[in-house]
Design a protein around this ligand. Structure first.
Ligand SMILES: NC(=O)c1ccc[n+]([C@@H]2O[C@H](COP(=O)([O-])OP(=O)(O)OC[C@H]3O[C@@H](n4cnc5c(N)ncnc54)[C@H](O)[C@@H]3O)[C@@H](O)[C@H]2O)c1
Length: 285
């Protein structure tokens, strides 16, 4: 990318129509704001009507359409795709993003409880929700020669980004992205961004009684303790969701990523280049 969009363009995604699942808060909301800033019009599907009301009030319906729906419902996702087509003339990019976390509920902490209900709930949102979004959108994306950008996670590659339920679901998301990249080529590109920890409203499964808990509390507690120990090389980097949006713009851009499919951009502070004793040489600077 050069420093500025081409002459006459308002942003890198000028005129594009983008559908974001889970755009009511956190990363999805930050992505919606960023895509609008880049000249796109955005349809958001989310199951929280209060968050959607704020979103539409902030942006207005000329640029953002909110669809109340659940990502585990193919019907709701089809309605969201139809809204994008009717309101904004088609669909250029799909961002399957709505997810829930397991709050590091390890195998041993699951105790004697049967994890089947929590597994079903988490996999329905984090994996089936992505598959159904792709199923609802692929014909529109073929028509536009568009693309899909999944939100994955450091837990798609490494342990301890959650417990076994979340880690398995995000590994499954990686496999799904790769399979769809193969199946939908050459007309639709499929890629992913894998963020590390962000201060969002990420919730847990209701079946583990974690539906009301927000990951933002963990960040607030760590800040109150004076910050957490450096675990990644770029430990001074921000955890605000808006600072994770750039790679989505890059991957959605036909001009800049036209030859890119089946790949993941990790935005995790450098987990892959941790050392054994200190986070990185930079720790001594
Ligand atoms: N927060 C982190 O530290 C972190 C790290 C890596 C990856 N992620 C991933 O980022 C993505 C976005 O999560 P976030 O952290 O922004 O959390 P968030 O809770 O702030 O945003 C998720 C949004 O999805 C919506 N949602 C949840 N379940 C839904 C459903 N069944 N149907 C429709 N909408 C639903 C919520 O209402 C919310 O608006 C998730 O896939 C998550 O796994 C988060």
């Amino acid at each position: 990318m050069s420093d500025t969009p081409a002459a006459g363009r308002r942003g890198w995604l000028d005129g594009d129509s983008i559908l974001v699942t889970g755009g009511g808060s956190g990363l999805g909301r930050a992505l919606t704001d960023r895509f609008v800033e880049e000249g796109a019009r955005v349809t958001v599907v989310d199951h929280d009507p209060d968050k959607l009301a704020v979103l539409e009030k902030d942006h207005g319906t000329d640029t953002v359409r909110a669809v109340h729906g659940d990502v585990t419902s193919l019907e709701d996702l089809r309605a969201a795709v139809a809204t994008a087509e009717e309101a904004f003339g088609g669909l250029d990019t799909l961002v399957p993003n709505a997810g829930i976390w397991d709050y590091h509920r390890t195998l041993t902490r699951l105790g004697e409880d049967d994890p089947t209900a929590a597994f079903d709930e988490l996999f329905h949102v984090n994996v089936l929700g992505y598959l159904l979004a792709a199923q609802a959108a692929w014909k529109s994306l073929v028509a536009s020669r568009g693309s899909i950008v999944f939100t994955l996670s450091n837990a798609s590659f490494w342990p301890n980004g959650g417990g076994p339920l979340y880690t398995a679901s995000k590994h499954a998301g990686l496999g799904l992205m790769r399979e769809l990249a193969y199946e939908l080529a050459p007309k639709v590109r499929v890629n992913a961004v894998a963020p590390g920890g962000m201060r969002t409203d990420l919730r847990g499964p209701a079946s583990l009684d974690l539906g009301g808990r927000s990951i933002s509390r963990s960040f607030d507690k760590a800040a109150a303790r004076g910050g957490s120990a450096p675990m990644v090389p770029l430990y001074e980097s921000t955890t605000e969701p808006e600072d994770f949006t750039g790679p989505y713009v890059l991957l959605a851009s036909r001009r800049d990523s036209g030859n890119v499919t089946g790949t993941v951009v990790p935005v995790d502070g450098g987990i892959a280049v941790r050392g054994f004793a200190t986070p990185a040489g930079g720790a001594d600077l």
